[in-house]
Design a protein around this ligand. Sequence first.
Ligand code: PBG
Length: 324
Amino acid sequence: MLQRPRRNRKSAAIREMVEETTLTTKDFIFPLFLLEGTKKSVPVDSMPGINRLSLDNMLKEIEECLNLGVKVFDIFPVVDEKYKDKTGTASYDENFFYLKALTEIKKKFPEACIMTDVALDPYSVDGHDGIVDDNGVILNDETLDVLAQMAVAQAETGIDIIGPSDMMDGRVAEIREALDESGFTNTSIMSYTAKYASAFYGPFRDALDSAPKSGDKKTYQMNPANKREALIEAEQDELEGADMLMVKPAMTYLDVIHLIREKTELPVTAYNVSGEYAMIKAAAQKGWLDNDRVILETLLSIKRAGADAILTYFAKEAAQLLKK
Ligand code: PBG
């Protein structure tokens, strides 16, 4: 036998020497859920270990994460029903608690990279990412204007990256133009490029109480059956000025991550979503899976598929595991 692949696996030192992919804490983006008020920490039942936090507690959490080497955070607001309307006007009201909190966070931790989410769903009485008309149709072009206003309002707080997660056509160009016109030429856009109409977002919608009141998101989020279509989205987002392209979810879409990585020179990110987190945590709690090893293997696999960075609720825990 001339080829004995096992020779390259015979010791930890050799295995490490020939390792093709290395997972590091620098790869992680940590999504956080912000609550209005103070001294609040409310667990998300379907995401063991994850809490919705008021600003004071979130500042502590960010500080702990920074000390572990996690430097990028994606912050989502939990919006009370009383602020919701048909067109998400709260999203660009400068007195809205989310925008004020973002300003505070950037003031306290200028070295942290803060990302925000642009879509109507947390602010909408309909729970959809776009404006819904009387017949239940999601209006594309009418929504773009709100998304642009929301993005500019978020940029004004000093945050670093805008994350359009709404999947309306043409929104990256609209947001880029609005940001530039308002002087925010330095604010980045990480576009949710290939975002699928997935059942894995369930726990996130529990956390934010943002599930659609009627219908589903299939007229704007992508059909899980499609791969080539992801390339159309990627090409559009790139032409429209996106700085980074995201695939979402991650574990069940590794082929799409790989494909987009091959086709673009831009950084590619993957969102290891709430349902993927819940699944692993539930099995680990039952003692059916080894929590620590499964987390690291999952994140490593997403990176091996081609992701340059990973949005993951495991960010803090994985950073602690990598430190060991
Ligand atoms: C909002 C948004 C969603 C997620 C991120 N931004 C939910 C959705 O589109 O329904 C899901 C994230 C997760 O499941 O972890 N548009």
